[in-house]
Design a binder for this molecule. Structure first.
Ligand code: ADP
Ligand code: MG
Length: 346
């Protein structure tokens, strides 16, 4: 077994052999673990938290070892629903859909929250030299993974001219697109943001031990009462298997994989993480996991590194403070950021 150590910090990675978490039969064994799972934002949400002795469950009317009706679970569910109504490209009334429908014709006034997400996206566009680009959607909307549909060469050529942050003009509280056909999608950052919002809810309630996940994005708050949380990286080619397990606490863990939404045509995997330069699926990696303090950053960076590829991706991560990465290439080889260095022996 390879054992990895985070420089200057306690061991982070212990096992080598995706995001799946081992809930270790916990929720049933201990009455004070509250856990729930539901569907939202086109994926599966999980929340597990430790209901502390100090917490007056009587007063707060919390059922033990509860479910979807638990008040904190309800608060997190409501927040995820609110964000879905704000950011979904599929809901015509969402702020995102409204911007896509109108911003080429007129400057559209947007909420401070939506503006903050656009600004964050612009930051990542600049940092990644265009690998992270929310206007990938100018080509992205031409794909329908369920219907096995992808754009032809002519459609791609037209769409390529509509990709690039230079087509998105932001002022104080308005957004405007420079051309007809420009579209944006926040799918590379929205789940991470939602997780950070959930963690804020948990902290408000003085929850000290929790795991919250939306598809491949997760956050572990505190430890699992004396032990690390075991966050697994899904095996990219076997959805029943875990490629490796990361013992972690107090950190956001996000995985981007080419197995989340895809179809295979003529042996080629057509998936949902697109190279903004071409408008076609990025091929250099099959899975990228990022660990860092905030989930919005982990989410944006996992998508970014996936597009940048192993060399440029790791080079960027190694220059960022407090960010770790685990990459899997199409041959199944695993590489790491420099901070996950191999220790002598243990
Ligand atoms: P997952 O959906 O597997 O969690 P990601 O966090 O990488 O993976 O998010 C993928 C989503 O990011 C896509 O479904 C799409 O909405 C968006 N996306 C795809 N390509 C890009 C890109 N180059 N830049 C920004 N967002 C992207
Ligand atoms: Mg991401």
């Amino acid at each position: 077994m390879l054992i990895f150590r985070r420089r200057n910090t306690p061991p982070l990675l212990r096992h080598i052999p995706l995001l799946v978490v081992f809930l270790v039969a916990s929720s049933c064994v201990n009455a004070q673990w509250v856990s729930a799972q539901w569907s939202v934002m086109g994926t599966s949400a999980t929340l597990e938290y430790w209901l502390d002795d100090n917490f007056d469950s009587q007063k707060n009317n919390l059922p033990p070892n509860s479910t979807l009706d638990d008040p904190i679970v309800v608060e997190v569910r409501d927040e995820f629903e609110r964000l879905n109504l704000l950011l979904s490209p599929w809901i015509p009334e969402s702020e995102l859909a409204q911007v896509n429908a109108r911003a080429a014709q007129e400057a559209v006034t947007i909420s401070p929250e939506f503006m903050a997400l656009l600004k964050k996206s612009e930051e990542y566009f600049l940092l990644t030299h265009g690998a992270f680009d929310i206007s990938f959607a100018s080509a992205g909307f031409l794909y329908d993974y369920r219907a096995r549909k992808s754009p032809n060469a002519e459609q791609l050529k037209q769409a390529q001219q509509l990709i690039g942050f230079e087509h998105i003009q932001l002022t104080n509280n308005e957004v405007r697109f420079t051309a007809d056909g420009v579209r944006i999608d926040l799918g590379g950052i929205a789940k991470g943001y939602a997780i950070d919002q959930a963690v804020a809810v948990l902290r408000q309630h003085n929850i000290a031990h929790a795991y919250v996940a939306l598809g491949g994005d997760s956050y572990v708050l505190g430890d699992r009462r004396g032990r690390d949380w075991q966050v697994g990286i899904q095996h990219p080619r076997n959805d029943q298997a875990v490629a490796m397990t990361l013992p972690v606490s107090d950190i956001a863990v996000s995985t981007s994989g080419d197995y989340e939404r895809f179809f295979i045509r003529d042996g080629e995997r057509i998936h949902h993480i697109l190279n903004p330069g071409t408008g076609t699926p990025s091929k250099d990696l099959v899975s990228v996991t990022i660990m860092t303090e905030r989930s919005i950053d982990a989410d944006a960076l996992s998508t970014s590194v996936f597009v940048m590829g192993p060399e440029k991706g790791l080079e960027m991560i190694n220059q960022l403070e407090g960010v770790s990465a685990v990459l899997i290439n199409p041959q199944g080889q695993v590489t790491y950021s420099d901070d996950l260095a191999e220790p002598s022996t243990e």
